[in-house]
Design a protein. Sequence first.
Length: 391
Amino acid sequence: MKRLLLASAASVLVAGSAVAEDVNVGIILGFTGPLESITPGMAAGAELAFAEASEAGETNYNVVRGDSTCIDAAAATTAAEQLITSDNVVAIMGADCSGVTTAIANNVAVPNGVVMVSPSATSPALSTIEDDGYFFRVAPSDARQGEIIADILAERDITNIAITYTNNDYGKGLADAIAAAHEAKGGTVAINAAHEDGKGDYSAEVAALQASGAEHLVVAGYVDQGGVGIVQASIDTGAFDSFFFPDGMYGQSLIDSVGDDINGAVIGTLPGTEGEGTEKFFEIAEAAGIDPTSTYAPESYDAAALIVLAAAAAGSTDRTAIRDKIVDVANAPGEVILPGDLARGMELAAAGTDIDYAGASGVELIGPGEAAGSYREYEIEDNAVKNIGYR
């Protein structure tokens, strides 16, 4: 397990004779696996927030990384156990993929009373897990993404679709949400079929999708795994030349892999928003050498920010104390806090002043740790992403 110390490993003197507290926080993401090309940006976003909080001087947040692999629940659970029992983290930023997030929450984090704030786990099933209030996410549920996708399809007069999804909790939940929302608007789902990741040849899967008669293919897969294989096989065989990409398919690596044939062929969605908070994140991310457009990098910054602001509001890095303050610091009413302003937010929260962390992604928690969320709509042109708007 890789460890990255963002602040001194020893306590340092601040504010005269006061001594800063050293605590460990965990980041658990798929540093290997089907999302490994986007994970570095996510980790960097979270580490940026923890470093910003450490510079405020009251607490040194020492980051310890764990590899969720995105898809191997046993490996993810083992990594989380290391973070919680050996590294004694006070909270976890992560995990990323829905299946491993569920496994970590159920098997390790909740039983040990450790907060998890996921930047990207979007399965609708996570809305109802028995989490004792310890699980939060800043990305909205795929139930919401399904509705957004159905709206876009209807507006573009795309009625008959085929859906292929990665065969796990994320893929199945998202595919079902898309199908239900599309059909509710009068559309047709000609086929809704799973694909397995890690295969070298997806021609059989693509042939079955093509045989459905649909002209448009929704690929609820992973950018570095079966999803890109499905797209490449579709283009190579001429089976499809019109695709819809949900969030797991966003990434420059796919564009680079497929090449010019992807231009003009894709509509996509990704959690995101615009406004002052986004602009502030772009400023501080670029100054730190981080690509602010990287998938879920803004949400990762926000997930880490909620942890440090909750600790400030609680006046403690006790695990349960952090849990009990996250909703308070995330939602109105209160002084609005944006990226790059965590020191002020922590100072206000510690003084008992209400704060409303809007963050980089328009944070607002609804229900039991659930994010309201908004989405970015995009197309691919000239081998790059072109933003269309926000919903």
